[in-house]
Design a protein around this ligand. Sequence first.
Ligand code: ZN
Length: 85
Amino acid sequence: MPRPKTIATTARPTLAAILDRLYGVHRTAAWMLAFCPLHFSLGPALLLRESPHRGVELYCIEGCAPEAILRAIGFVAAAPQKGAL
Ligand SMILES: [Zn+2]
């Protein structure tokens, strides 16, 4: 599995806040699964997890951009702030 992209957002939504806006949420040992808001699928295609230092990681198996996914559910993505780690 490729490395998930990490996203920085102005609102810094928590994993719980993101899952709250998604359907079909399942928990696995390493990831939360949910339906991707950007395309139809028969099963959950979106993987999410909380990264201790980098916010929430999102990975769609269909290749949707994390920024587009967050935008689709109402979170606005922003460029990482200078000096922020
Ligand atoms: Zn997708």
